[in-house]
Design a binder for this molecule. Structure first.
Ligand code: GTP
Length: 597
């Protein structure tokens, strides 16, 4: 396909602004998907994506569209909308020349609209502003067209009005894509260079890699090389998605498609890497790629200890399709054998846990999520702590650094006070504030990641009656006065409950956790103190009073078989108990204490 008739674009939008629905309508309008084959959110292939209504993995589809007698090939690259997957968004954007900036006509611009727009601008993309859902009775197209025009420059009259639901405006939108998005340019006789913007493991075909060719061409049977690792593979198949994978005789400049080499692990075909020709390799790769960096860690333990090998196999399988997932075995005195897993964010954690439970039939306990701490010891040694119970104690710690984020919050101006209060309580530093219009404000904060991973978004939503939106990105590390709080049962540390908190919040954590455990742990034959401690200093304490329960007393004078039955029943019950020192703790107590409320 000659580059002049190719248009590569993506759709960027805040979550739920209707990106997938609009993509469905474009597939129909261009005849790529017949009416009868249409199913909602065609591009979201994974079951879990369809159920949750979110896009996790980006996909690319090729659509024919004719303008003035010329047949164009439009490549639409779908991008994930959630902040955890920002790196994938930025790679998808780098594969395009233009972007549709899609905004819900009843909601206006939101935090992710801005974040994605800035990414698109960094990639020099042509931007077509589009208001979606204009069929909604609550739509305010005039108001938001103006807001959009202010943001991207241009006339409010140039903002397209569409509805992914009714299909209104979709053909005009396709025409605009052809007219306004530049054709790709590249060097035909240069060594081949193609950028990987997605890579998906398929149990039948191995890894399917999505690429955008920049220079030269890729053809079947060619030997290719991954520029970051120098690993080489034979191209077994190459083709385009329209809407199912269709093999072709090759991909040239500006073309978007997939390739299959038979590798079995997405780590061998990394998002952001450059594919070149082994025989005639390019000298420079296309922009750097980043190894995905886990930001949030949690311990995953099977409820039933004998499921440990199943969990290990399940993680190995998920890893084939998720380069960002990291894990290593760990043992907890309280929870047994499990894995410490690293995730891009909380959503990534939730999705992974969900898939493990659902696809591999596992019941799991996950420990409270935590971030990574860089600890410098008095002797100058540095350690990375991903598990709070391994945090060095005593006078050995010189400095602790925690990861920070740059957060953008958009909300109606009435809520500025409530938002500032929340951010201050979370140790946030205000960086700036702008009014997008007279009643909408953008607040920029620098916050510790640890303060937002847990319930920040929920709190933000409830304090702004659902109107605020949030986006954030990693923003370096910063030293802070952090301490480890341990929880002790009868003097024995319970590793799963150790937490790293700011010194000012340690007391509150200790009081909360000891009170919670007092509720959850049944009384024993002896008194059980529950303590929270920083090092050897106790900061909170509760007591579980002793009971004297003599089960055999009930059987006084009774026959021996009844006694035995009773004793056996007791033993049964003990199986689901974990021993912490001499204290029997039902597993449910651990689960309940670890679940957030
Ligand atoms: P993510 O993939 O999670 O980013 O969401 P999305 O932006 O793809 O949104 P999606 O297409 O899933 O639509 C979100 C919700 O809005 C769904 O309930 C849709 O039915 C609804 N919706 C989408 N487009 C329209 C529209 O044009 N009009 C109306 N009334 N509803 C729409």
């Amino acid at each position: 396909t000659p580059p002049e008739i190719i248009r590569n674009f993506c759709v960027i939008a805040h979550i739920d602004h209707g990106k997938s629905t609009l993509a469905d309508r474009m597939l129909q309008a261009t005849g790529v998907v017949e009416q009868r084959d249409m199913r909602a959110q065609y591009l979201d292939r994974m079951d879990i994506e369809r159920e949750r209504g979110i896009t996790i993995k980006s996909q690319a589809v090729r659509m024919p569209w004719e303008v003035d007698g010329t047949a164009y090939a439009l490549n639409m690259i779908d991008t994930p909308g959630h902040v955890d997957f920002t790196y994938e968004v930025s790679r998808s954007l780098a594969a395009c020349e233009g972007a549709l900036l899609l905004v819900d006509a009843a909601q206006g611009i939101e935090a992710q609209t801005l974040a994605n727009l800035y990414l698109a601008m960094e990639n020099d993309l042509a931007i077509i502003p589009v208001l979606n859902k204009i069929d909604l009775p609550a739509a305010q197209p005039e108001k938001y067209a103006e807001e959009l025009a202010n943001l991207v420059g241009g006339d409010p009259a140039d903002v397209l009005l569409v509805s992914g639901k009714t299909g209104v405006g979709v053909e005009a939108l396709l025409d605009r894509i052809v007219a306004e998005i530049p054709a790709p340019v590249g060097v035909a006789d240069a060594p081949a260079r193609a950028m990987i913007f997605d890579s998906v493991y398929d149990s039948y075909r191995g890894v399917v890699t999505y690429v955008r060719v920049v220079d030269g061409a890729l053809t079947p049977r060619q030997r290719i090389q991954m520029m970051s690792t120098r690993a080489s593979h034979e191209l077994l198949e190459i083709g385009v998605i329209s809407p199912e994978p269709t093999p072709t005789r090759g991909l040239g400049i500006g073309e978007v498609g997939y390739l299959i080499t038979g590798v079995k692990d997405v780590r061998q075909s990394k998002v952001g890497d450059t594919v070149t020709d082994l025989a005639k390799p390019a000298t420079t790769s296309l922009g750097g790629y980043e190894d995905p960096k886990p930001m949030v860690f949690s311990g995953l333990y099977p409820l039933d200890g004998s499921d440990y090998p199943v969990l290990r196999d399940a993680l190995d399988k998920l890893k084939l399709n998720d380069a960002a997932l990291v894990y290593e075995p760990e043992t907890s005195a309280a929870l047994g054998f499990g894995f410490r897993c690293g995730f891009l964010g909380l959503l990534h954690l939730e999705i992974t846990r969900d898939r493990l439970e659902r696809e591999f039939n596992l019941d799991l306990i996950s420990t409270a999520p935590n971030v990574v701490y860089d600890v410098t010891l008095e002797d100058g040694k540095e350690v990375q702590v991903t598990n709070p119970s391994e945090f060095p104690t005593g006078g050995k710690v010189a400095q602790v650094c925690e990861p920070m984020v740059a957060a953008t919050i958009l909300a109606p101006s009435d809520f500025v006070g409530a938002i500032m209060e929340l951010c201050q309580a979370r140790r946030g530093q205000l960086q700036g504030m702008d009014y997008l219009s007279e009643d909408r404000v953008e607040l920029r904060y620098r916050l510790p990641l640890a303060e937002i991973v847990f319930d920040f978004f929920d709190q933000l939503k409830s304090r702004t009656r659902g109107y605020a939106s949030l986006d954030w990105k990693a923003d370096g590390d910063e030293a802070a006065d952090l301490v480890k709080v341990d929880i002790l049962l009868q003097g024995e540390q319970v590793d799963a409950f150790s937490a790293i908190t700011h010194r000012d919040k340690a007391y509150a954590y200790g009081v909360m956790m000891t009170a919670k455990l007092r509720q959850l742990i049944p009384r024993q034959q002896f008194e059980v103190p529950i303590q929270a401690a920083i090092g050897s200093r106790i900061i909170a304490r509760e007591n579980i009073r002793a009971i004297r329960k003599d089960v055999l007393a009930k059987c006084y004078g009774g026959d021996i078989t009844r006694k035995r039955k009773l004793l056996e029943k007791q033993k049964e019950g003990k199986k689901r108990m974990k021993m912490v020192g001499r204290v029997e703790v039902p597993q449910e107590a651990f689960i309940a204490a670890l679940s957030s409320d």
